[in-house]
Design a protein around this ligand. Structure first.
Ligand code: NAP
Ligand code: ZN
Ligand code: ZN
Length: 347
C-alpha cells in the first residue's frame, strides 16, 4: 500500500515528503491510522546518523498513537475503531529468554525497531510514525484508554516508558531522594513518574530558566548542574539518579551526588564515549548502569498507570511541515517538553 510519509534521504538532508510501501495486514497484524507521533531526540540522532547505523530513506518516529482501521483474521485483542499505540519496537524473536520475560527490548536476537531496522525477513526496512498509517503485529500494539488525550499520550511510548522502567527497576518510592538530569522530553516524564511514585525529586539542569517549570512538573528542588558550588552541596545525598542528557557532559559530578551504594542509570545516549573517574564509584560503592525503553507488558502497565493517575506529557503540537524547525529547537533545548506531530497535516 503506498503510504504518505516524511523521510530523511541522507544525514544532511532535511526530512521531507516521501512515499513508502506498507504491507497489507497479515493474519496477526493491526493496521493503524496514525493521529499523533512524538518527536524524540533519538529521531534526531538517527536521521543525522550520529549513532552510525542509519539506513536511508529513514522515516523517523516511535511515539505513535492512532485508531485501528483494519485487523487480520487472527487478531484477538483489537477491533476497528480502538485507540492504540506503537512504541519503539514492532517485533522481536518472541522465543528467547528476554522475550519470554516480556523484555523484548533486550531480545537476544535483537529487537526490531519501529524504524531504521530490518524486519524478521532480514531485508525489509521498517518505517516509523512520520506517516499516515502503520501495520504492526498485534503483540506489539498497545491499548490506550479513551480517558487520555491522544496527543499528550504519544510521548509516553518512548519518553514515558524509558523513564518509568528504570525508576520501577530501582524500586524508587517514598523515603528516597531521586535526581533527574536534563529537563527535556525524557526528563520531564522522569520527574512526573518519580513524584507519582512518592520520591523526593531534584532536577539537575543546565537551564536556569527551566526552574519554575521543573517545580510545576513536580520537582521539590532544582540544581544547576554546571554550578560547582551548588553541586558540592548535593554530594552524597541521592539514592538514585536518572541521566537523560543527550550530549556529552560531566558524569563525575553527578556520581558524587549519590549516597553510599547509590546508583545512576543512563538513558540519555550521546554518541561519544563517557568519561568516568573510577574513584567516584569506588569510594562509596556507587554504581552506574543503563536502561533501554521497556518491554511490552511494562509499557502497557505504564499506560494504564498514566490513565489511572492522569499523567500525560506536556506537548507542543506541530504540523509535520514544521519538523526540521522542531529539530533545531530541540537542539537548543527550546521545547516544552515534547514536540508531537499532528498527522492530519500529512493527509
Ligand atoms: P531532549 O528533549 O532534547 O532533552 C535532552 C535534555 O538534555 C535537554 O533538554 C537538556 O536539559 C539536556 N542537555 C542537552 N544538551 C546538554 C549538554 N550539552 N549538557 C548538559 N545537558 C544537556 O531529548 P530526549 O528526547 O529527552 O532524549 C534524551 C536522550 O535520551 C537522547 O540522547 C535520546 O537518544 C536518549 N533516549 C534513550 C532511550 C533509551 O531507551 N535509553 C530512549 C529514548 C531516548 P537541560 O536544559 O535541563 O539541561
Ligand atoms: Zn525515543
Ligand atoms: Zn527474543
Amino acid at each position: 500500500m503506498p503510504t504518505k510519509a516524511y523521510a530523511a534521504t541522507s544525514k544532511t538532508a532535511p526530512v521531507g515528503p516521501f512515499t513508502i510501501e506498507r504491507r497489507e495486514p497479515r493474519a496477526n497484524d493491526v493496521e493503524i491510522a496514525i493521529q499523533y507521533c512524538g518527536v524524540c531526540h533519538s529521531d534526531l540522532h538517527q536521521v543525522r546518523d550520529e549513532w552510525g547505523n542509519a539506513m536511508y530513506p529513514m522515516v523517523p518516529g516511535h511515539e505513535i498513537v492512532g485508531k485501528v482501521t483494519r485487523v487480520g483474521a487472527g487478531v484477538k485483542r483489537f477491533k476497528v475503531g480502538d485507540r492504540v499505540a506503537v512504541g519503539c519496537l514492532v517485533d522481536s524473536c518472541r522465543e528467547c529468554s528476554a522475550c519470554k520475560a516480556g523484555l523484548e527490548q533486550y531480545c537476544e536476537k535483537g529487537m526490531i525497531g519501529t524504524y531504521n531496522s530490518y524486519e524478521a525477513d532480514g531485508k525489509t526496512v521498517t518505517y516509523g510514525g512520520s506517516s499516515e498509517k502503520i501495520v504492526a503485529r498485534e503483540e506489539f500494539v498497545l491499548s490506550v484508554s479513551d480517558k487520555l488525550d491522544p496527543a499528550r499520550t504519544a510521548p509516553l511510548l518512548c519518553a514515558g516508558i524509558t523513564t518509568y522502567s528504570p525508576l520501577r527497576h530501582a524500586n524508587v518510592g517514598k523515603g528516597q531522594r531521586v535526581g533527574v538530569v536534563g529537563l527535556g522530553g525524557l526528563g520531564h516524564m522522569g520527574v512526573k513518574f518519580a513524584r507519582a511514585f512518592g520520591a523526593e525529586v531534584t532536577v539537575f539542569t543546565t537551564s536556569a530558566k527551566k526552574r519554575a517549570d521543573a517545580i510545576a512538573l513536580g520537582a521539590h528542588e532544582v540544581t544547576i548542574s554546571t554550578d560547582a558550588d551548588a553541586m558540592s552541596k548535593q554530594a552524597g545525598r541521592f539514592d538514585f539518579i536518572l541521566d537523560t542528557v543527550s550530549a556529552p557532559h560531566d558524569y563525575d559530578v553527578l556520581v558524587n551526588a549519590l549516597k553510599r551504594d547509590g546508583r545512576m542509570t543512563l538513558v540519555g545516549a550521546p554518541p561519544t564515549p563517557a568519561q568516568i573517574t573510577g574513584f567516584g564509584l569506588i569510594l562509596q560503592r556507587r554504581s552506574i548502569g543503563g536502561s533501554l525503553i521497556g518491554g511490552l507488558p511494562e509499557t502497557q502497565e505504564m499506560l494504564d498507570f498514566c490513565a489511572k493517575h492522569e499523567i500525560v506529557s506536556d506537548v507542543e503540537v506541530i504540523p509535520i511541515q514544521e519538523i526540521n524547525r522542531a529539530y533545531e529547537r530541540m537542539l537548543k533545548g527550546d521545547v516544552k517538553y515534547r514536540f508531537v506531530i499532528d498527522l492530519a497535516s500529512l493527509r
